[in-house]
Every structure is written in structure tokens, then in C-alpha cells.
Ligand binder design. Structure first.
Ligand SMILES: Cc1cc2nc3c(=O)[nH]c(=O)nc-3n(C[C@H](O)[C@H](O)[C@H](O)COP(=O)(O)OP(=O)(O)OC[C@H]3O[C@@H](n4cnc5c(N)ncnc54)[C@H](O)[C@@H]3O)c2cc1C
Length: 464
């Protein structure tokens, strides 16, 4: 085999397809789980097909076409443009009831000023090649650090809800403005299709892997499921990949597409160890945790209709069951609510029972809607952080990592290549980042195999 691709999520499958199209067809894909798609993953909840991983096509209706939006349209994936416009009118206090619209509007205006300031600051700092700071530091500079429950809730909605980490951690210069929205557009479209968002990965796989005529399942012997890679030995003569079941595979090259969260653990042992420069870069980047909790009710007690899709709960504790989405648009008649938590709250919730989480969520809902609402009949709590094959949901760019270090994350080490959303040049954290990185990393490898160009050029270290 020429290449062993490790992992069959969006990036691994796209990388293998790119290799195949370049005539490199003797590859093998080793995937730890019993399915392809990775963090694009549907499941059933109370009779609905729902997404526990990626849900939105992010970056729609902009000056460039997001390739994932293009694919979603070709596949006619059922989707809905998320309506955030009226969220100012839907912010609940932790004492019960809504904030008066005028109060919330003023708070949103201040948040807008803060955000405009930070974006302008980021642009000028990048132009002047100044060192990066956190988003929080930029908020301090404009003397507008959010401290009240209302301001913190709006701040959470602006930053944590996108990056899954707070402004004190997130890099200013690498997120403001964010290439996803600047290039592909500001809109987000929520996928709610019985085939699942993962059907996009299957669609790509079907274009180059053999499919069984009877079942439409992938039957290609080059895709091996339930193969947990535990060791990669690499040397000038090639790679030897060992899996948990004791199998051993040889190839000239490896393409590693596992998440940066997995690369930060010792699930996969590299022999020799990855070099210090590589480890430093991998360990400095962050794997954030974003958790979408679904709750099913006997009936609706929340407002529905235009302008009600999203509502915010402003607790004294920042990030405590903060962002709610009612699913009437996406799953009519389902009586389902989605609440999103991130970061430390996600980790805390993953470690407690679902019953405890349900009780906490119910208390929050009773704070918002009163004591007489019915208990949830069912709850779904995904656990991406505890899962050894993911260790979180997506990468987030922290302060202290420059473009130079970022390039080290995606740089190959000998004949071991790296791909995945965390290696995307501009779109880390997103499905389109995973897709584009699969193409880019495979192209790097094709250049090496076909043209002997095995030392890809990245930007040098910035001069101080
Ligand atoms: C909760 C959540 C919400 C998200 N929301 C959005 C969203 O709305 N919009 C958006 O654009 N993006 C979103 N994302 C991010 C998006 O899902 C990812 O960026 C993208 O799917 C990552 O693809 P990937 O190929 O890089 O990695 P993965 O999908 O993680 O693929 C890597 C594969 O490697 C396998 N693997 C791991 N370890 C091993 C091993 N040792 N041996 C063999 N195989 C292994 C895994 O099982 C997996 O299949 C979300 C992610 C999560 C989890």
C-alpha cells in the first residue's frame, strides 16, 4: 500500500478521494469506529434523526461559495437558515421573565460597540505585526468588560457559542474577523435531514469507494472499520501501523486525520516520538468542547412563531445553560428544545448522570417559564470530550499561537502527513475546514509522491 489514511471523518475521506483522483489508488483507510463521518454524526432521539456533532453549514450567502453549502444544495439536504435576528427580545433573567426589550437592546448595542472595537483593533494590530492578545484583553482596552448576567450572556452568545471557549482564551487576531464569515457569508443553515449531515461524507466516499449493489453500503476492501490505530512506526523506508486488535499494516506514507484532541493524548504512539517542534505546536492549540443537549417535552410551553427560535438564559454564572433553541421550525410538532453548553460546563456535565443534568436544565427552565411547566420526558447528552476517539468537539485558536506555529501543526514529519479541521489553513473548527484540509494535505502528499517535492514550504517564523 502507498498510503494508510487514519480516520474516516470528512477530512480522511476527502483526502483519500483526492489521492484516488490523482491516481494513487492503493491506499487503506483505518477507522476506529464502526462508521464513517466522525464528528458529523446523526443519532435517533425520540423518533427524530438529530445531529450530535456538526449541525450547521456555517458561512452561507457570502462573496465566495462555501464548498459545503454547495454540496448541501446538490444533495438537497433539508436545512433551515437560523433566525438570530430577534434574540434581543428573548433574553430571560434568572429571576424569571424576560429582560425589558429596551434594556436588552442597550446591552446588545454596547456588545456591538465592543465587537466593532475589537475587530478594528485586530485589523490594525495585524497590519502593524503586533503580537496577539486575547479577545478579553481587547475588551479591557475599550473598557467594556461584561460583568452583569445580561452582559455576560450576550458575550457568551457572541464568542463562546461560536468558539466553545471564553474570550480570555481565544486569540483576537486569528478570529476577528473570522475567515468563515468574512469569506463565505454571515448566514448559518441548520441541517435537519433524516439522512443526517454525515450523508455528505458518504456521498464523497461513494464517488471513489466500491459500494455493494444490494445494500448500498460501502464494501470496498480499502476501508476497514473498527480498527483502532495504537502505534505508528515511521522511518525512511515507510510506515508500520499497528491496531488494537493486533493487526499490522505497512505503507510508504501515513495520513493522520484524527482530531487534535486525540493527538494530545497517547492513544497513538509514534516511533520515534514526534519531534519537539511538532509536539509544541500540537500541544499549544486547543480542543474545545461544545455540547448540544436535547430535551423532549409532552407539550410546548415556550413561545413559537417568527422571532422565537433562539432564547438566552442570563445566569449569574457565565455559561450556565445559556443558549436555547426551540425546534418547531426544524422538527415541527416534536416538542424538543436544544440547549448548548461549552468548555468547563461541558466537562462537568459529561461527568454527571443524565438525570442530574435533566434536573439542572429543568430548574433553569422553571426560572424562565415558571414552576408549572412539565418535566422533560427524555434527555440526550452527547459526550465528545470523554470519547477517546475525539476528546472534544473542534479546535479553537488560542492566544500565543502564530501562523508559524499553526503551520507546524499541519507540516508532515518524514513520511507521516497530517490532515483534519485543525490543519485547515483558514477554517479550523468547521466542516468546510475538514473538507478543504483533506484536499490540501492529500495534494501535499501527491506532490511528494509524484513530483518528489517532499518538503512543503510554509511561511517562516515571523521576525520580532
Ligand atoms: C458537537 C459538535 C458540533 C459541531 N458543530 C459544527 C457546526 O455546526 N458546523 C461546522 O461546520 N462544524 C461543526 N463541528 C465541527 C465539525 O464536525 C468538525 O470540524 C469536522 O467534522 C471534523 O472532521 P475531521 O475529519 O477533521 O475529524 P473527525 O470527524 O474527528 O474524523 C477523524 C476520524 O478519526 C477516527 N479516529 C480517531 N482516533 C482513531 C484511531 N486511533 N484509529 C483510527 N481512527 C481514529 C475518528 O473515529 C473519526 O472518524 C462540530 C463538532 C462537534 C463535535
Amino acid at each position: 500500500t502507498s498510503v494508510i489514511v487514519i480516520g474516516a471523518g470528512m477530512s480522511g475521506i476527502t483526502a483519500a478521494k483526492t489521492l484516488s483522483e490523482a491516481g494513487i489508488k492503493d491506499f487503506l483507510i483505518l477507522e476506529a469506529t464502526n462508521r464513517i463521518g466522525g464528528r458529523m454524526c446523526k443519532t435517533t432521539f425520540q423518533g427524530l434523526n438529530v445531529e450530535i456533532g456538526a449541525n450547521w453549514v456555517e458561512g452561507v450567502n457570502g462573496k465566495q461559495m462555501n464548498p459545503i453549502w454547495d454540496l448541501a444544495q446538490k444533495l438537497k439536504l433539508r436545512n433551515f437558515q437560523s433566525d438570530y435576528d430577534n434574540v434581543t427580545a428573548n433574553i430571560y433573567t434568572h429571576h424569571g421573565g424576560l429582560y425589558p426589550h429596551a434594556v436588552a437592546t442597550v446591552a446588545f448595542d454596547v456588545a456591538d460597540e465592543r465587537s466593532n472595537y475589537t475587530t478594528a483593533l485586530s485589523t490594525s494590530m495585524s497590519r502593524n505585526k503586533e503580537e496577539d492578545i486575547s479577545i478579553l484583553a481587547s475588551q479591557r482596552l475599550c473598557n467594556k468588560v461584561p460583568t452583569s448576567p445580561l452582559d455576560m450572556a450576550i458575550d457568551y452568545y457572541t464568542y463562546d457559542y461560536e468558539f466553545a471557549e471564553p474570550p480570555r482564551i481565544t486569540s483576537l487576531q486569528n478570529t476577528e474577523p473570522l475567515p468563515t464569515f468574512a469569506n463565505f457569508g454571515e448566514d448559518l443553515n441548520f441541517v435537519a435531514d433524516t439522512r443526517g449531515y454525515e450523508s455528505m461524507v458518504y456521498h464523497i466516499a461513494h464517488q471513489f469507494l466500491t459500494t455493494s449493489k444490494h445494500t448500498a453500503n460501502i464494501s470496498d476492501p480499502r476501508l476497514l472499520l473498527n480498527k483502532v490505530v495504537r502505534e505508528i512506526r515511521y522511518s525512511r523506508s515507510g510506515v508500520i501501523v499497528k491496531t488494537e486488535d493486533g493487526s499490522m499494516y505497512r505503507a510508504k506514507y501515513a495520513m493522520v486525520s484524527v482530531s487534535i484532541g486525540v493527538l494530545q493524548t497517547n492513544l497513538i504512539k509514534f516511533h520515534p516520538d514526534l519531534p519537539h517542534w511538532k509536539l509544541l505546536a500540537l500541544y499549544q492549540f486547543n480542543m474545545a468542547v461544545y455540547t448540544k443537549i436535547l430535551l423532549k417535552f409532552p407539550y410546548k410551553f415556550w413561545p413559537t412563531g417568527p422571532g422565537t427560535e433562539f432564547f438566552i438564559y442570563a445566569d449569574e454564572k457565565r455559561g450556565y445553560y445559556p443558549i436555547w433553541q426551540q425546534m418547531e421550525n426544524n422538527y415541527p410538532g416534536s416538542n424538543v428544545l436544544l440547549v448548548t453548553v461549552t468548555d468547563d460546563e461541558s466537562r462537568r456535565i459529561e461527568q454527571q448522570s443524565d438525570e442530574e443534568t435533566k434536573a439542572e436544565a429543568m430548574e433553569v427552565l422553571r426560572n424562565m417559564f415558571g414552576k408549572n411547566i412539565p418535566d422533560a420526558k427524555a434527555i440526550l447528552v452527547p459526550r465528545w470530550w470523554s470519547n477517546r476517539f475525539y476528546k472534544g468537539s473542534f479546535s479553537n485558536w488560542p492566544i500565543g499561537v502564530s501562523r508559524f506555529e499553526y503551520d507546524q501543526i499541519r507540516a508532515p514529519v518524514g513520511n507521516v502527513y497530517f490532515t483534519g479541521e485543525h490543519t485547515s489553513e483558514h477554517y479550523n473548527g468547521y466542516v468546510h475546514g475538514a473538507y478543504l484540509s483533506g484536499i490540501d494535505s492529500a495534494q501535499m502528499l501527491v506532490d511528494c509522491i509524484k513530483k518528489g517535492n517532499c518538503e512543503p514550504k510554509f511561511e517562516g517564523r515571523p521576525k520580532k
